[in-house]
Design a protein around this ligand. Structure first.
Ligand code: TYD
Ligand code: MG
Length: 456
């Protein structure tokens, strides 16, 4: 294949340069230039300069009928839901996650389920065919219809796929692929971006449903920054502690469905198994109530999930106390501690504060605020909160408790799992009393603290 001209593109302003430099000449950004393919510069006047190109067809929106057959169930309800109701032909799904979390396992299982009806092609750039065969043996998959292909050149992959004409294709992983158009090493930002762009174009043209596997860097981002996320239709992240058996698949972006939808799986000796009723799996059942721990109900996509928030507050050994949030937002923790100082009278200026959500779960909603504050307070005072207590609610800067969506359903879920007490924002108070659950609906943080101090 003829090598096309290479230019250097600035990742922050998009400027093109013919030579690499440490600083972008246009926006002055440092270390932003990376290899790329030149893009055409648009003409300056409104309609001039476009006359040479062939003219395309324009369609009225109302004339397009959505094709319901486009969606295919992948045979796993948890994955179907995260995909927005099944796999769409011609769509590109990016699956990201830490090494060893189960990306290859999940996709091999999906291909096995689909193999009766669909031709599939598993392109591996990472593992040998023998390794995949070993894994398939472990999963109990015979898979006569799954075709394997070891290759890392995008051009050859596309040419082969065009000949084989699969309906579903897996590329494991995007970081091992390279395009012959660029000279940089596989895995570099430019290579990942260009390889993905070619594959996405091919998927759209051919109607092949494509799964791209992407590794996550130590900073928790898909290697080959966020550019990949913009190109594909759906981005799914595998979360969870690789040492733990539960894995969460979360939709971060989905052009065909809702985001933040969760799928829960358990890694077993014979592959990933669906967990269809996951609401309480992340609770660590303590023998007795322990300080610094509180259970909250978080709302993920369309389902409630009970999770335990833990805090450890300890005298700081340095002049600069640490504030560490795992599974929660770091800045939010700093804000909540300020609210606790100002409206709760608790001074933690000389204390290290660590907060963690048990089970490697990520909680991004503000409903965790109250749980964080109570866990911090409980650890600081070294007094346990009642183990049958459940909380949720957003805390505002003026110390007020703000309502969160789906309050009624959250409380219902807690009652179902045997919790007896709830502290929630006043505006979330259920209209009808819930049997067996003592609900305390509060307006301000200070009321919560009074209530808890009584309990201590
Ligand atoms: P893998 O799918 O290779 O992870 P990724 O592609 O995301 O890097 O999963 C690897 C882990 O899963 C590995 O530590 C072994 C474990 N595993 C099981 O526990 N049971 C199984 O049946 C399989 C296939 C893997
Ligand atoms: Mg893998």
């Amino acid at each position: 294949m003829a090598k096309s001209k290479i230019v250097y593109l600035c990742s922050s302003c998009g400027a093109q340069a013919s030579q690499w430099a440490g600083q972008c000449g246009d926006c002055g950004g440092w270390n932003t230039l990376s290899e790329g393919i030149p893009t055409a510069t648009p003409a300056t006047s409104r309609f001039s300069g476009y006359s040479g190109a062939a003219v395309g067809t324009v369609t009225r929106l109302s004339a397009i009928k959505p094709d319901s057959r486009m969606r295919t169930s992948v045979g796993m309800e948890e994955l179907d839901r995260v995909l927005g109701g099944g796999l769409v032909a011609g769509s590109v799904v990016l699956i990201g996650g830490d090494p060893g979390i189960g990306k290859s396992t999940l996709l091999l299982q999906v291909l096995a389920t689909l193999s009766g009806e669909f031709f599939s092609l598993y392109v591996t750039g990472e593992e040998s065919q023998e390794q995949i065969s070993l894994r398939a043996g472990r999963l109990g998959i015979e898979g006569p219809d799954i075709r394997l292909y070891s290759e890392t050149s995008v051009e050859r992959i596309i040419a082969t796929a065009a000949r084989e004409q699969p309906q579903v294709m897996v590329l494991d992983s995007i970081q091992t692929l390279y395009t012959e158009l660029l000279q940089s090493a596989p895995g570099s930002v430019a290579q990942v971006r260009e390889s993905a762009a070619q594959l996405v174009r091919f998927a759209k043209q051919s109607g092949i449903a494509m799964f791209l596997v992407g590794h996550v860097t130590k900073e928790g981002q898909l290697a080959g920054p966020r550019v990949l996320e913009h190109m594909v239709d759906t981005v799914l992240y595998f979360e969870g502690d690789p040492g733990d058996r539960y894995r969460i698949l979360r939709a971060i972006k989905n052009r065909f469905g809702a985001v933040n939808e969760l799928g829960v799986f358990a890694m077993t000796g014979s592959g990933l198994k669906e967990v269809t009723n996951p609401s309480a799996i992340f609770l660590s059942r303590h023998e007795q109530a322990v300080p610094g721990s509180v259970v909250m109900v978080t709302w993920e996509g369309t389902r409630p999930l009970l999770v335990e928030v833990q805090a450890l507050v300890d005298q700081s050994q340095s002049g600069n106390p640490r504030r560490v949030a795992l599974g929660l937002e770091q800045n939010r923790l700093a804000m909540l501690l300020a609210v606790l100082h100002r409206h709760g009278g608790l001074t933690l200026g000389d204390q290290d504060v660590f907060v963690n959500v048990v089970g490697g779960v990520r909680v991004s909603e503000t409903a965790a605020d109250l749980a964080v504050l109570l866990a911090v307070m409980s650890s600081f005072r070294d007094r346990p909160l009642p183990s049958d207590l459940i909380v949720f609610g957003e805390v505002g800067l003026s110390g007020e408790l703000r309502p969160v969506p789906n309050g009624q359903e959250r409380i219902g879920e807690a009652a179902k799992h045997g919790f007896l007490k709830a502290i929630i924002p006043a505006a979330n108070k259920p209209r009808q009393a819930i049997k067996g659950l003592d609900v305390t609906a509060v307006h301000r943080l200070s009321q919560v603290l009074d209530k808890i101090t009584e309990a201590f």
